[in-house]
Design a protein around this ligand. Structure first.
Ligand SMILES: [Zn+2]
Length: 632
């Protein structure tokens, strides 16, 4: 049987191919490959400005290599352009079909329109591959005399199943909604066996189980490389560690760091400070590095943090770090880990050891006294069947806070007295501090293991309504993850309650998971920017309840806070969560906006006509804290 060749070569084409010596991808890129976007549009690929691009191209050219994985942040790395240069060099050396995977059809068409098509039109040696007798550049497709460049996108599998490209590029796969589609895309070239080449590059998104490039790289790459930069001062090669990027002394303000370009990298050997310029030199002198390198591998990975690239200033890295740290939320920390170190967010498990909590005790701080730095007090109340637990915490505008008081109240009248409590202020005898905001949980959905039923929750709503104190709020924990830490809504009282009580209660729903993260991962650290201090009289009860839960991972790889053992009391932990919510910037108006500390002037106990003016509550006059011995 004789099969005619799939295409006929014209003399000119044959000439083009025959006269062509093998050249490396880097050489091809620098000589021929025209950039079609960005500052250097119209010029050829600039190896001097993309030292890592060159390293990647050399990796791609290794004779045995079939698959390259590149995990790196968006924008500054020029991953996509480098991948296109690798593909184009392959087509230049050996005209063949290629396929490029993208997140969706719209992106696919746009990329062919704005990038892949223009690369072919503007790069002469690629233009020479295009047919003259028909429309070469089409929607999601570039036809050549030797095949085509096909666009693929998640969901396009059926239409693409007939193609068999030699080279497959999968671009930004972690942005694909269908997590299986990258694997289906790379199966396209399996019929080429030893000649197939695959390039997968993406920003890492999410955690280890969510990032498909990370998972595939870990499973398939025989070696995962990093980049070693070489110190311009001492020639010591090193993988640039985030912890060696530094800012002056106590500088934490992201704007200030950016304004002053304050950050530098400190050479791990000679301590020489690399500014952005020296960093660029160090990286351009660098090379790929792996602790256990192997020769002749077929599959290689590369992980490149943002701070290796000339487009990313070290100060921007540190500014983003402090922004993430101050927010303290996993979402923000995840964004940082994905965008800068270029790694999956690691679900942190945390045992909340008692030692960590004990480290926050200030032995010279008495209980039930407000530190002079504080601007307001918040109180979280956890309602139980027969009693109420409470925590009173003092806050500075910076987010630093001090435990002032905690305990258990045996009945409702004790609770009403505590709601009106005032505390002495350290170093002042002319003022005391009342509690600025209080909240009580209505229970119910938060913890199904409690079988108190709806009546308990209605009772608490009624309590909040009856007391009619505009600084006293009903709250509940969110049963599922919500976008905000604090969400305000209205709720009705159950229809079985008497008619006169049928009105709405404002209810704040809290993301208790995020708040626990904030407490244990950010604030219960002595070197935190928002340390959460304890007074010298905290007892074992407090420590036991604060350590009653641990942060673990559920079966989907998501973090979850759960009791260390079933039924272990966690009331004071809940109270701390509620007290923290009241001072959270999302609970508006935010505590940070208070114009001055919420002091109340102390008046002579006898001039009762004046003291009545301090509180609208019918309980005024009963509001002397029994623990307050302040004035003598
Ligand atoms: Zn050095």
């Amino acid at each position: 049987m004789f099969n005619p060749p799939p295409f006929q070569l014209h003399d000119g084409e044959r000439q083009v191919l025959e006269s062509r010596p093998w050249i490396s991808t880097a050489e091809f890129a620098e000589k021929h490959f025209k950039l079609v976007t960005g500052r250097h549009k119209g010029q050829t690929y600039r190896l001097d400005q993309s030292p890592i691009g060159r390293m990647v191209m050399d990796l791609w050219d290794r004779p045995m290599i079939r698959t390259v994985f590149w995990a790196g942040p968006s924008q500054v790395t020029r991953k996509t352009t480098t991948a296109y240069a690798c593909m184009a060099a392959e087509m230049f050396r050996d005209p063949c079909s290629c396929a490029v995977g993208m997140p969706d059809e719209k992106t696919c068409n746009r990329i062919f329109d704005e990038k892949i098509g223009p690369h072919f039109k503007q790069t002469k040696v690629l233009r020479d591959l295009l047919p003259t007798d028909k429309q070469a550049i089409q929607k999601g497709l570039v036809l050549t005399n030797f095949g085509a460049v096909y666009g693929m996108y998640a969901g396009s599998d059926a239409s693409a199943s007939s193609i068999s490209p030699k080279v497959v590029l999968v671009d930004e796969e972690d942005a694909y909604l269908d997590k299986m589609s990258p694997e289906r895309m790379v199966e396209r070239n399996t019929s080429w066996e030893d000649e197939a080449k695959t390039f997968r590059s993406s920003k890492v998104r999410g955690n280890e189980r969510q990032s498909s490039i990370w998972r595939a790289m870990k499973e398939q790459a025989q070696v995962i490389y990093e980049v070693q930069a070489v110190c311009p001062n001492c020639n010591h090669p090193q993988v640039m560690d985030f912890k060696n990027i530094k800012v002056p002394g106590k500088m934490r303000d992201p704007k200030e760091i950016l304004k002053q370009s304050a950050a530098w990298y400190e050479c791990e050997a000679c301590k020489f400070r690399w500014n952005d310029h020296y960093r660029n030199i160090a990286v351009s002198r660098g090379h790929l590095y792996a602790e256990n390198d192997i020769e002749n591998i077929t599959s290689a990975g590369l992980v490149t943090p943002s701070w290796l690239f000339s487009g990313m200033s070290l100060s921007k890295v540190m500014a983003d770090w402090f922004i993430a740290l101050e927010a303290g939320t996993p979402a923000r920390l995840e964004w940082f880990d994905n965008s800068h170190p270029s790694k999956p967010f690691k679900v942190i498990t945390l045992k909340t050891p008692a030692d960590q909590i004990k480290a926050m005790i200030l032995h010279d701080r008495p209980a039930r006294v407000v530190p002079a730095e504080a601007v307001a007090l918040t109180m979280g109340i956890d309602s139980q069947k027969v009693s109420y637990f409470f925590v009173v915490r003092a806050w500075a505008k910076s987010g630093e806070s001090w435990l002032v008081d905690y305990g258990e109240l045996g009945n409702r009248s004790a609770l009403e007295i505590q709601l009106e409590a005032v505390y002495p202020v350290a170093g002042r005898d002319d003022v005391v501090m009342p509690i600025w905001r209080k909240s009580i949980d209505i229970g119910g959905t938060r913890d199904p293991s409690r079988d108190e039923g709806w009546s308990r929750s209605e009772e608490v709503k009624l309590l909040v309504m009856e007391l009619d104190d505009d600084s006293f709020f009903a709250i509940k924990g969110a049963s599922r993850k919500q976008d905000t830490v604090v969400r305000r809504s209205e709720t009705g009282v159950h229809r079985d309650v008497p008619k006169e009580y049928q009105e709405n209660v404002t209810l704040y729903t809290l993301d208790t998971h995020d708040l626990k993260d904030l407490i244990f991962m950010v604030r219960m650290q002595p070197d935190s920017l928002q340390p959460m201090w304890l007074h010298s009289e905290v007892g074992d009860d407090y420590l036991r309840q604060m350590t009653s839960e641990e942060r673990d991972m559920d079966k989907n790889g998501n973090p979850v806070w759960k009791p260390k053992s079933k039924g272990r009391a966690n009331h004071l932990l809940d109270c701390e969560v509620y007290a923290a919510a009241l001072a959270h910037p999302e609970w508006t108006p935010a505590l940070q906006l208070l114009p001055e500390p919420t002091y109340r002037r102390v008046v002579e106990p006898l001039s009762s006509s004046e003291s009545a003016g301090f509180s609208r509550s019918p309980l005024a006059g009963r509001n002397i804290n029994p623990n307050y011995g302040g004035r003598r």
